[in-house]
Structure formats: structure tokens, C-alpha cells
Design a protein around this ligand. Sequence first.
Ligand code: GUN
Ligand code: ZN
Length: 443
Amino acid sequence: MITALRGAYLSYTGNPFESEDAPCHRFESDGLIVIENGVISHAGAYDQTDLPAGVVPEQIRDGLIMPGFIDAHVHYPQLPIIGAHGKQLLDWLDHYVFPTEQRYDDPAFARSIARIFLREELRAGVTTPITFCTVHPESVEAYFEEAARLGMRTGAGKVLMDRNAPAALRDTAQSGYDQSKALASRWHGRDRLFYAITPRFAPTSSAAQLELAGALRREIEGVYLQTHLAETHAEIAWVRQLFPARRDYLDVYDHYGLVGPRCLFGHAIHLNEREWRRLAESGAAIVHCPTSNLFLGSGLFNLRRAMVSANPVRTALGSDIGAGTSFSPLATVAEAYKIALLRGESLTAHQAFYLATLGSARAIDQDRHIGAIEAGKDADLVVLDFDASPLLAARQRFADSLEERLFVLMTIGGERVVRATYVAGRRCYDRDDRAYVAAAAST
Ligand code: GUN
Ligand code: ZN
């Protein structure tokens, strides 16, 4: 099937952190994107791009088409506890997360939350989430089944947790290995889905469990690993106590073969210089989760060290729902900007939108498929509305560059800026027709 979209589009071609002056994006004020079987076959200026005979492009008026956003660290099972009051990380896990996650042994409950979660991601313009599930294999099955129905490119994994958690949420080193392996063999590489081995974080896995996580990583071609790293000082002190032989927090994961390409570390706020260098040389990625870091009072991530240094670290963006407070990558980068300012640094709009698209795609090693509007990439797209609210429309009249318009959009845009979201060329969310989402989820 061949379809096409005509309208303004913006896509990054390079890394705006490397040079603020060099051209790093392509903006077409009147562009044409031709889509064949879910993949972009041509993209360019409307008057220079061949439109296949018989194809009438859908007109996107007064909007901006961008690559679908990436949410590289999120917990779908925590949707019911977003915005829970008053605790920092370790108490928040005990008080809110662990009680809620116990409900996911029920496949019907898991499915209902997975459905709402995916709908919210699409509503926020996210076409590729990478999510933690719970310790229950049922939670992973439910997620992948729902994502497969939508045809999404997404990753997920069963949480591994064999200590320091309630009994109902504990597996064993062996059962965690067996269940992860069975889930990966069913889902990894099926359609556009991929599996992530998911030890929750070092304190909730025994040495034996981490050892077997490393074995899984060696055994499953192209598999991902996701976990948490250096989010708070109390957590780091606990890791030091539990693994006294290791040099630092990252070294715990490294010791078990869990540091390298396709290893995604949430937060990484409080790293020492050795850990920074090791992350850089290993090809592992950090996932920066600013709304979560502010909500839990965890600390101010050093984005500049990650992106602008002699040895940069691949860095993606995450909502970290339910510690994060918004699904919207625009809200996420707005908080990243404020964190940068609190550190005496800054973030430009192009840097922010690069991070939400191509930058995250590169960090998670999916840039062959997503993150840009180019021939050969999946047609996962979002349409943004510069005039989504009366205030935005009024403010945009005083903006005189694309960069300023983008910055205003991310700063005061709010929920309604996403007008539509396309998954593999199919409109799965339409702001003005809520039936699209319901239909997408029930077909
Ligand atoms: N560290 C271990 N588990 C979690 C979690 O669920 N959320 C966050 N933000 N940090 C964690
Ligand atoms: Zn997390």
C-alpha cells in the first residue's frame, strides 16, 4: 500500500551538541513523505519529490511533521501510581511501587493497563517506548500482545528481582533466567518488537541472578539490557554495602557482563569519572529522565558531560513513568532544559528535539529504522501543532525563527500539541477524533 503526507516537516541529520553552527537538520516548509508498506520510500520538498501515480497525499496544514518520539526508559505497570506524594526513591519503591506491581500476576489487569499506557504514549507522540514490566511473565505477554496489535516498534522485559523485595515480587536466579529466555524467544525480533533483559537494579538482584543475566545477554543475539544506575546517594551507598568487592556501581554490572552496546542505564546522575569513561568506551547508553529526577528529588543530571565532552556517552530520553510526571517528550525536554540551567548550562531547542528523536534512536541503536524522516526509515511520525492553544497561537506570532517556535512549543506547549501520531504509516492517534485510539487498540 502506498500513501503520502504533504506538509512542513523537520528531521535531524546530525548532532547539534557537536556543533551549534553546522547544519544538523532538514526542514521542508512544503514537504512530501511517501510511505510504502509502513516504510518511507521518498521524502523531500513537495515540488522535487515524485508522487506515485494515483496517490493523493494527506494534507497536513499548519502543523509540523517530525519523526515519532522515543521514550527509552519507562515502567508501564507504574501508570496507576503516577504523582504519588512525598517520598524519595527507596521509600517510594516500598510505599507505592511494590504494592502496585503485585497486581500484575493478573493478565486481565496487565492488559488493561498496557492498553491505557500505549494509548497515552501515542497521545504524547511516542512511537517507540522501551518499558520495564513486572516480575510476572504475564505482564510482558500482555504488553507485547497489545503493542503487536498496534504494530509498534517497542521493547520490554520481565523485571528480575530475587532479593530485597516483597516475596510476591521475587523470582529466583533460575526462574528469572528461564522466564526471560522463554519470553525473548517468543517476542524478540517478532514484528518490530525487541526484548530487554531487565534486572530492576543491583540491590534487588543477587550475584547469581546478575551472573545469569550476563549469560542471557551472551546467548540472545541483539538482545537489550535495561536497568537503573546511580539515581540517588542512598541507593549508591546500599550498592557499596551489597557488593563491597566492586569498584563502584557501574562495576557491579560490568563484572557480570552487563555493560556494552544495547545496555540502557536509567538516570546515571551521580557517576564518578571512571564510570563516565567506562560508559563512553563501552558503547552503553544512559537514559536521562528529568521529570522523574525532579519529582523524586534525585539530583541534576550532567547532560553536558554526556553530550559535549572528549568522550561523550550515548544518551537517550525517558519519561520514567511512574516516577516521571509526564508522558510528553516535550515536557521531558522542558525539564531537561531547567535542569541544565540549574547546573549553569543550557539546552537549545534543536538539541532538545534531536534528543527526543534521532539522538535517542542512535543511543538505543535503532537509528537504522527510526529517528529520522528519510527513505528507508519506518513511517513512525508525529504531527505537532504550533497553535494548539490560544496562548501558544498568540505567543507564536512573536517568534521569528523555527528554533524559537520549537522552544516555545516545548516550554508551554502542553498536552494538545500532538495533533496526530502515525505508526508504520497508519494514523493511530488523532487528537480531534478519539475514536482512532480506541479503534487502534481494539482491532
Ligand atoms: N530504581 C529501582 N527501581 C526503580 C523504579 O521503579 N523507578 C525508578 N525511578 N528507579 C528505580
Ligand atoms: Zn525507572
